[in-house]
Design a protein around this ligand. Structure first.
Ligand code: SF4
Ligand code: SF4
Length: 346
């Protein structure tokens, strides 16, 4: 039996948002996100920021309330929000070279719940308007989902497995990022953790892509070569001297050009087929106004990351091999090979 056949998800017929949910949308989120803007600019605070920074506070509350109705979800997210104490920065600095410090920080993170680690130089475009980050480096941590639990989304009052796995991965990200920040502080450098699920000063996906943790998928989430779309992020910013890890192109973006699985499976039809201009960059885009009402009603949804073929453990190695061949052909014979989605098998 295929993975898809065992999911037991709710009816996927097209969804029409309830009028009471639509009334909470207040203003469109697409201009706030910079859809259609040709100039590069920093991102504006959005839905997961504190409600005094945007007009969707009541909708955010509905999303949290519906998520927490699922069995086990309240406990899972309570653990994700359990912030630790940050240690004072040690007075003596570890003066090892940047490459050595990078390897030690990576090893520490991998030994403290992170499943993958990337390092990127800080870019002002990673910082939300109204916030400030002074540290020159960002260490991004990837936390992999349990596919068997994730594939049960969307969650509801009878089955909370999917949304609980979201909470559990964010909780691991909270623990991992605080542990890493405290380790860096013990080495004599400043460090601040940025765990999810609430947003803070730092945008997580762009530094994750820059540091090689994955590529941006059509569903607006990161696709990792190791975990597919079943991955959550956390980060630590620091002034510890580090060396960047580069981006990783393994064919996910190329695959998305012709794959339509998430666009078909998204109940409100929020995933835009073609790349859009967003704050000066042409990229994949999810229509905020269509996604968020369903997301709020359906316990944080998650369908698009669960159905993505890269997330399916038995499919991912085949996709990696196929796309590696196609990327290789495209490099050796530019123009000779059309990069399109190969036929899928389970
Ligand atoms: S989270 Fe749900 S509603 Fe939003 S884009 Fe993904 S599948 Fe669609
Ligand atoms: S389901 Fe297909 S189109 Fe959507 S993100 Fe995954 S690979 Fe890309």
């Amino acid at each position: 039996m295929s993975d898809q056949a065992t999911t037991g998800r709710r009816d996927r017929r097209r969804y029409t948002p309830k009028p009471e949910i639509v009334s909470l949308l207040k203003v469109s989120g697409n201009p706030v996100n910079g859809l259609g803007e040709k100039d590069i600019r920093r991102p504006s605070p959005h839905f997961w920021h504190p409600p005094d920074l945007h007009p969707w506070g009541e909708l955010q509350l509905v999303a949290r309330t519906n998520s927490r109705k699922c069995p086990g979800s309240a406990e899972a997210f309570a653990a994700a929000y359990e912030r630790r104490e940050l240690l004072p920065v040690a007075t003596q600095r570890n003066a090892a070279p940047a490459a050595e410090l990078s390897a030690a920080a990576t090893q520490f993170a991998l030994a403290h719940e992170a499943d993958d680690v990337g390092i990127a130089a800080m870019d002002p475009l990673y910082v939300f308007e109204g916030y400030r980050i002074d540290e020159p480096w960002v260490i991004v941590l990837a936390l992999a989902h349990d596919y068997e639990r994730l594939k049960q989304v969307p969650s509801d009052e009878t089955n909370g497995a999917g949304v609980c796995d979201v909470g559990d991965q964010y909780a691991r990200g909270t623990r991992a990022s605080y542990a890493l920040a405290n380790w860096i502080r013990s080495q004599g450098y400043n460090a601040h953790p940025y765990p999810g699920p609430s947003a803070d000063a730092l945008l997580l996906i762009p530094p994750a892509i820059a540091s090689g943790l994955g590529e941006l998928g059509k569903h607006g989430s990161i696709i990792s070569r190791h975990f597919g779309s079943g991955v959550r992020l956390a980060a630590v910013t620091t002034d510890m001297p580090l060396t960047p890890t580069g981006p990783d192109r393994f064919g996910a973006d190329d695959f998305c050009q012709t794959c339509q699985i998430c666009t078909r499976e998204c109940p409100p039809g929020a995933i835009v087929e073609q790349k859009q201009m967003v704050r000066g960059v042409e990229r994949w885009y999810v229509d905020f106004d269509k996604c968020i009402p369903y997301f709020a009603e359906a316990a944080s949804c998650g369908i698009c990351i669960a159905v993505c073929p890269w997330t399916r453990p038995r499919v991912r190695p085949k996709l990696l091999a196929t796309m590696a061949r196609r990327l290789d052909q495209a490099t050796s014979h530019p123009g000779a090979s059309e990069l399109s989605a190969p036929a899928l098998e389970s």
